[in-house]
Design a protein around this ligand. Structure first.
Ligand code: FAD
Length: 438
């Protein structure tokens, strides 16, 4: 006999969890409620300029988000009969507006722990205090309930975090797909994307290393392709420092960042590959990189607003210049250092840069030119397709020497170029007229 459900009406608030598979918020909403709708809110702040004058969401990520939302809308309806509604404005207004026509008793959502996001959630909860608000840690491999008891405080050194977690914590297996609901609730709220987002078309650059469309469908395809068809995972450790093309690394970060791929599903697939095909240094290394992602998420949870602070987690009182002329040259790829410029032009024209490139250009800005690392991080935030608040600001701090790199390294762009681009192919690709350019 079917157990009576707890709630008559519920809302799943989608944000950076744009998927149907292994989505705890969606799974529990459908299990516990008779009627469920999905909601995506376009918060004005995400579409404004930041303090340095860059759009917080630049065209590349906007385009990727558009594709991700269209895919989510279709998959939600086809697989679960859940309609996805869009609202432009503040979340508190959205929920009040919905409450008037659809008196929901519960909201299921993905937990966030950075200031702007927490403020948005708080305002929404305050607007609808009668509802039960149930947050889930859907962007993590390990739940805080498992991790926090392992440490008195999350260690500042990655290796300590990694070793303890690997020994003592377990990744939760992905959830099955919930059952579709019987009826589709109909509200008078938009099911269409805002016209300005619809109008956002990005011409994919012919040299773009990342040219995949957004959305869960493509996330799953890419995972399948990289692991099971290309077997890229089996040689990842040798190729991961590459600079050109699609397959030197997994290219899963944009999907992980907006949640169209579950990191727990990716982990389960890595383990399945190891069991069914082969386990080697490379298959382990892909998991190792996911632990870096996890670690930055926990660092952000530990240090809260210090993630964005000039002095960083370490509260280092370095002097940073806000030299706009030099910063602009860095941003446009016109520093005069070919390896830096090639990477910066790739980012400018495609919204993508390799991990090797990111480390070098960040180190160059912060440690060679001593320019405020937050300006660089803000440009990355605007431009990157795979922008993830914890990974971006955490990595920038790490490279700038205010975070938790125990070695506080400095990258020499010339030796890095010789090592990772020995024939100059990557530099030629982006500097067109060759290494000597105006
Ligand atoms: C200054 C700087 C800024 C960065 N900003 C971001 C960002 O906004 N969003 C983002 O996802 N990554 C960021 N990274 C990390 C890393 O560069 C990208 O995750 C990686 O290049 C994405 O390519 P991939 O998916 O092919 O990665 P792969 O090499 O295939 O790695 C697999 C996954 O592991 C994770 N990962 C790998 N390296 C790191 C790392 N250093 N830190 C955290 N997670 C990692 C990513 O989720 C990635 O998708 C940044 C790195 C630096 C140095």
């Amino acid at each position: 006999m079917q157990k009576t459900k707890k709630y008559k009406k519920a809302v799943v608030w989608f944000w950076n969890n744009l998927r149907v598979h292994d989505n705890q918020a969606l799974y529990h909403a459908l299990k516990e409620s008779e009627e469920v709708i999905g909601l995506y809110v376009f918060h004005p702040k995400d579409w404004q300029e930041d303090r340095w004058g860059f759009p917080k969401t630049g065209q590349f990520r906007a385009h990727f988000l558009k594709e991700s939302l269209m895919d989510l809308k279709q998959r939600l309806m086809e697989a679960l009969r859940v309609p996805l509604y869009f609202y432009e404005g503040s979340a508190d207004k959205a929920f009040r507006h919905i409450q008037a026509q659809y008196p929901f008793e519960a909201v299921f959502f993905q937990n966030e722990w950075t200031q702007e996001e927490e403020d948005i959630v708080k305002a929404a909860r305050t607007a609808c205090p009668q509802a039960r608000w149930q947050g889930f840690y859907d962007q993590l491999l390990y739940m805080p309930a498992q991790i926090n008891p392992l440490f008195s405080a999350i260690p500042d050194v990655f290796t300590r975090f990694r070793k303890t977690v690997e020994q003592k914590a377990q990744v939760m297996p992905p959830l099955p797909l919930p059952r579709p609901q019987a009826t589709v609730p109909a509200l008078s709220l938009s099911r269409e994307l805002p016209h300005w987002l619809n109008a956002c078309h990005v011409k994919i650059h012919p040299q773009a290393a990342f040219s995949l469309p957004g959305g869960e469908t493509h996330a799953l395809k890419r995972m399948q392709n990289y692991l099971w068809e290309q077997h890229g995972i089996a040689r990842y450790k040798q190729t991961r420092n590459g600079l050109i093309g699609l397959n030197y690394s997994s290219k899963l970060s944009p999907f992980l960042a907006n949640g169209s791929l579950s990191v727990r599903l990716l982990y389960a697939e890595i383990k399945r590959y190891e069991a069914e095909v082969q386990a080697n240094d490379s298959t382990y290394w892909l998991f190792f990189e996911l632990l870096w992602r996890e670690y930055f998420k926990y660092m952000a949870m530990k240090y809260r607003h210090l993630l964005f602070h000039r002095k960083g987690f370490k509260q280092r009182n370095y002097t940073w210049a806000q030299d706009m002329e030099r910063f602009e040259r860095w941003r446009q790829g016109k520093t005069g250092h070919p390896f830096i410029d090639a990477n910066m032009r790739e980012l400018l024209h495609t919204g993508w840069m390799s991990n090797r490139g990111r480390q070098n250009v960040a180190s160059f800005l912060a440690k060679h030119w001593h320019i405020d690392w937050r300006m660089g991080a803000a440009w990355f935030e605007s431009q990157l397709i795979d922008y993830d608040v914890h990974s971006n600001y955490g990595n920038w701090q790490y490279v700038a020497g205010v975070g938790n790199d125990p070695r506080d390294r400095l990258f020499n762009p010339d030796t890095q170029a010789q090592r990772y681009d020995p024939q100059g192919d990557f530099q030629r690709l982006w500097l067109q007229g060759g290494l000597f350019y105006a």
